[in-house]
Design a protein around this ligand. Sequence first.
Ligand code: GDP
Length: 435
Amino acid sequence: MNAKPVLAVVGRPNVGKSQLVNRILGRREAVVQDLPGVTRDRVSYDASWNGREFVVVDTGGWVSDAKGMAAQIAEQAELAIGAADAVLFVVDATVGTTDEDEAVVKVLRRSGKPVVLAANKVDDQRLEPEAAGMWNLGLGEPFAVSALHGRGSGDLLDAILEALPEAPREPEEEIGGPTRVAIIGKPNVGKSSLLNKITGRQRAVVSDLAGTTVDPVDELVELDGEVYRFIDTAGIRRRVKEASGHEYYASLRTQQAIERAQVCIVVIDASESITDQDLKLLTMVEEAGKALVVAYNKWDLTDDERRRYLEREVERDVQAFAWAPHVNISALTGRNVDRLRKAIDAALEGWETRVSTGQLNAFLGRITAAHPHPVRSGKQARILFGTQAQNCPPTFALFTSGPLDPQYVRFVERRLREEFGFVGTPIHVEVRARQ
Ligand code: GDP
């Protein structure tokens, strides 16, 4: 659940957005080139300044070779700005304002969102007048910064905090409300077909369920008497494939949908080879700690040979996600679409599982007796005690007499799954070694 305010960083390619994001994050993690056409796997980062936390969305992936660039940039900026609480608009003081900058300014004005203006590449004092010239954008005071050297970044961060709301932009998703499900997958795997099949099947149109606020991009769907909230269906239905940078925005939306969801259905095209992009999405869900269901779609297009081959691909590539239930479906014919509901419920159950401390320690006692930790430099780390720190996803803290080998931690994870199931959910094991 994302309760932190969101800052979108907007600007033409090559103005130094990524470097500035790195400055804001205060670490080198996001080092990515601010080059036209570069798309990234990750676009949002957790940041904090003076004890306040916020999320930085780096909109770096704009494509610049297309014609009508100013209009396209404006369109894309609009999408990013719409999702943000405040905007950091970055311009290049050494270049001055361009048509593309002006196009973005129009969007910024219309949005009514608070804007902080950064005039970047002011590496030394001589460029200060250039930065001051940016007053003419009509966005208020330009902050002269050098993302490269860190000049001015403290003042800039103070201004950012001032622009961001204290409270989250969206109300917290209600606890105990409908299960929040995101359908994700690369383009053309059949997400919108699946959504149509699912919504076409519902017995009643649920529009105003008591006590439920519905984000206009979501759809509430009743399946077998249970209500589910399908997240960001507007993003699935409204196809913006023509726009340049589509891929980038698709990945931004996907990331946001995963964050809001409890259960993610990753749709994979069974009629074609499994791709890196499919695996990346599975990894994103796992890393976000969400429940996972894998749907192999377009089953109607597969023949025996393809199925045998798919089986081998799954064994080779998707083995790391063997804990996730999978369903072979056809969004076209409706085959097995009803089974998805059962898979969603199973994954959710795994995700919410709580293991009592007594049960957990009895289990830990058994496995460590049978398989003690190997001796390292004459010492043997022991697990003293364990507890489930939280669920959704299940997270375990192991208190130990010393550091554990990573392989041993993985062994414990495997055994935890064998013992308690955890169908459809990632699990985390944290080791707290006594000093
Ligand atoms: P999205 O981009 O993931 O939303 O994919 P769409 O739902 O738009 O589907 C892309 C194309 O695949 C469309 O032409 C669909 O008709 C087709 N398609 C989707 N699901 C199936 C399926 O189960 N079987 C077959 N044969 N075609 C499908």
